[in-house]
Design a protein around this ligand. Structure first.
Ligand SMILES: CC(C)c1ccc(C(=O)O)c(O)c1O
Ligand SMILES: [Fe+2]
Length: 302
């Protein structure tokens, strides 16, 4: 069992790097951390050096990354994944430098999502300088697509320390790796892909202020404002460039009594099971950011 300690970053291809960065800073409110690396832009939300990296080139998610404790844990993870039949890539010093981590390995999960495991993710001491006052406090979670959510849960909970916090029938599983209700979600989709990236905001008011800001800027609101009955968070999903869906949310539940928590099963057909405020719930869940085409072909399966 490999112990994930946190989510680290999402790395995505961007056909229009400047446009993707402009949106991430001026609209979403992330900080652009200038790393002096041509063709790569790092975006920051919290203490992590970055939680989103755009790499100039073909659009699409390149990898979703998680941290493990240290190089020893990463070496053990590498062996464990290989023992389980995964082909594991070990990144070079340059790969690690570009990701601002000590070491990086990667593999394709059984559903075709590229996953990276890292140790030594760089923390920046300086306060975050947000691109806009959207109230972002933290990179909250990432949501992957997989054709069978129960299979995905089995994979994440047996290979890793992910635990189901709640299910939305066979449509979604929300999993925790620490006290936060979920840092990883899997949504049912025919193809692998990134359903969305989530950023927590400081106040309920931020969600609604951001909603107005996005509307004024003509940004496509995909869902919300609404409230998820699972984490209890008030949410807003919107579509950015390069097909990347962002979610702001406020008020995510923390599961502090691990022994007492039992995952709940919500029926996706029940009105209110995704949005307690009964808003329309189709859009963000149907158009994931497809994986970068170069990543799809291998399909390494255990
Ligand atoms: C519908 C998606 C997968 C979803 C469902 C519930 C929550 C939550 O409880 O916060 C999410 O963040 C989601 O993205
Ligand atoms: Fe989410």
């Amino acid at each position: 069992m490999i112990e994930l300690t946190d989510i680290a970053y999402v790395r995505s291809g961007a056909a229009d790097l400047e446009g993707a960065v402009r949106f991430a800073t001026d609209v979403v409110g992330l900080q652009h951390v200038d790393g002096g690396e041509p063709g790569v832009a790092h975006l920051r939300a919290d203490g992590r050096h970055h939680c989103l990296a755009f790499v100039e080139g073909v659009s699409g998610v390149i990898a979703s990354a998680f941290t493990v404790a240290d190089p020893g844990a990463l070496a053990l993870a590498e062996t464990e994944l290989e023992t389980r039949g995964f082909r594991v890539w070990r990144g070079s010093a340059d790969d690690a430098r570009s990701r601002r981590v000590g070491e990086v390995i990667g593999f394709d999960d059984p559903f075709g999502n590229r996953i990276e495991l890292v140790c030594g993710q760089q923390t920046l001491a300086s306060p975050v300088v947000p691109g806009r006052g959207s109230g972002i406090t933290e990179f909250g979670h990432l949501c992957l697509d997989a054709p069978d959510v129960a299979d995905a849960h089995r994979f994440w909970s047996t290979t890793f320390n992910a635990r189901a916090s709640d299910w939305i029938g066979d449509a979604a599983c929300l999993m925790r790796i620490d006290e936060v209700h979920h840092k990883l979600a899997v949504f049912r989709g025919d193809e692998p892909g990134l359903c969305h990236v989530n950023f927590q905001v400081a106040e309920l008011d931020d969600v609604f202020r951001n909603w107005h800001h996005l509307q004024e800027r003509g940004v496509e609101i995909e869902m919300g404002p609404g409230r998820h009955p699972q984490s209890g968070a008030v949410f807003l999903y919107f579509l950015g460039p390069e097909g990347l869906t962002y979610e702001y949310s406020y008020g995510v539940r923390r599961i502090t009594d691990e022994a007492a928590w039992r995952p709940r099963y919500f029926d996706p057909a029940e009105p209110g099971s995704i949005d307690m405020w009964l808003g329309p719930t189709q859009k963000p869940l149907t158009q994931p950011q497809a994986p970068h085409p170069q990543l799809v072909p291998e399909g390494i399966r255990p």
